[in-house]
Design a protein around this ligand. Structure first.
Ligand SMILES: Nc1ncnc2c1ncn2[C@@H]1O[C@H](COP(=O)(O)OP(=O)(O)OP(=O)(O)O)[C@@H](O)[C@H]1O
Ligand SMILES: [Mg+2]
Length: 372
């Protein structure tokens, strides 16, 4: 491809200047859409195609109001800028419903002005802020969990001692009973159930005051492979297929192996639970080339592990609650699994998110930095 130089403005023929500007606009990472005074779209760069889901061919020559008839906030901004010639920004309220998904965007609408000051249209710049919204949600979630965690830990401490007393008394009682006594059935239930509460309390205390990370180089694929093998055995007799799509280029990552095992075991168990008798579970790993986390002014590349199932999915109304301690829709679930997962990922400075399509399945994505 020929190298295009900035044209010599003085001797420019007009055509090369146009090419040059087109390349500049196409290279801008934010979406740019230009609308003339009649509301007809006259320019649309590749980033705008990506954000809106409309191709340049669909957009050019189309009436903005028709193409974006659903996006009332966006429409109001364009109309107002064309009418008044003022610049309007909105980084909070605008969404674009592209390809079935609602994408939050930060928008600025500038007037398109001639040197004479005549207003001949509007320039829209659109920035996809899905990633920022996800981070904000993760921070809110972490805040909520830490408050709940502190509360739960206080409660756990209070319950631990009397529980020990109950278990001890039940054991004494059992010893007093003859081997044939029918009452033994009751003492056994008492002991078993106090042990169950004790397990929950230990998990809760762990959650509130974690022991800190024991970092070693971890072979992620071995950890995932081992869990899958065990779960396959546990699900024998059910028609569940397990598949793994691992990116072989992923090196060992610095992490706490025990905690990562717990994290992925929880996610994979949840997927297996959700699928019931038949289903397909897929675990995928890849390196995210464009996703970096800043840590102490250092950036770290991330690996993504996805655990996807084709089970019933999670209803929209439950999606917000699944990370909350004790939220469970299972008769024997404690509802601590995902709270623990969230905590483990946060401690590794990663991110966890869920996408669910009710009726079709659920996908949990864990992002972990390659180094800590
Ligand atoms: N893959 C999934 N598909 C459908 N629903 C899910 C999935 N994963 C989690 N859930 C929902 O989220 C809830 C909370 O999950 P979480 O792991 O925290 O608790 P649990 O599995 O119910 O109990 P446990 O503490 O034993 O893990 C589940 O009860 C279930 O309703
Ligand atoms: Mg669980």
């Amino acid at each position: 491809m020929p190298i295009i130089q900035p044209p010599d403005m003085a001797n420019d023929t007009g055509r090369s200047l146009g090419d040059y500007y087109a390349i500049v606009i196409d290279s801008v990472g934010d979406g740019v859409i230009v609308v003339d005074r009649e509301g007809v779209i006259t320019l649309c760069n590749p980033a705008a195609e990506e954000i809106t889901g409309f191709s340049r061919r669909q957009a050019l020559g189309a009436v903005f109001e028709k193409l974006f008839s659903q996006e009332t906030t966006l429409l109001e901004m364009v109309i107002k800028t064309i009418r008044t010639g003022i610049t309007i920004s909105d980084h909070e309220n605008v969404v674009v419903r592209s390809t079935g998904k609602v994408k939050p965007v930060a928008v600025t609408c500038y007037p398109l002005m001639l040197a004479s000051g005549e207003n001949i249209g509007a320039i829209l710049t659109l920035k996809d802020i899905t990633y920022i919204r996800e981070l904000e949600a993760a921070v809110r979630q972490a805040d909520r969990l830490s408050t709940l965690g502190t509360l739960a830990a206080g409660l756990a401490h209070e319950v631990k001692n009397p529980l020990g007393g109950i278990k001890g008394a039940a054991q004494l009682l059992e010893r007093e009973l003859t081997r044939e006594s029918d009452l033994r059935e009751y003492t056994r239930v008492m002991i078993r159930e106090t042990e169950r509460i004790d397990h929950i309390i230990r998990e809760l205390l762990d959650l509130a005051s974690p022991r800190g990370l024991r970092l070693t180089p971890v072979n992620l694929h071995r950890v995932l492979g081992d869990i899958l093998l065990l779960q396959k055995q546990a699900a024998a007799g059910r028609d569940i297929s397990f598949s793994k799509q691992f990116d072989p280029s992923i090196p060992d990552i610095m992490a706490d192996e025990e905690m990562l095992t717990r994290l992925f075991l929880n996610l994979i168990r949840n997927a297996v639970d959700a699928m019931g008798e038949t289903g397909q579970l897929t675990v995928t790993s890849r390196v995210m080339s464009d996703y970096r986390m800043t840590q102490n002014e250092r950036q770290s590349r991330m690996v993504a592990v996805e655990v996807a199932d084709d089970g019933p999915g999670i209803p929209q109304k439950d999606l917000e609650n699944i990370w909350t301690p004790f939220f469970s829709t299972k008769s024997s679930g404690t509802g601590l699994g995902l709270t623990i997962c969230h905590k483990i990922v946060a401690e590794h400075r990663g991110m966890i998110k869920v996408e669910s399509d009710p009726g079709h399945g659920t996908k949990f994505t864990v992002l972990l930095p390659l180094v800590q």
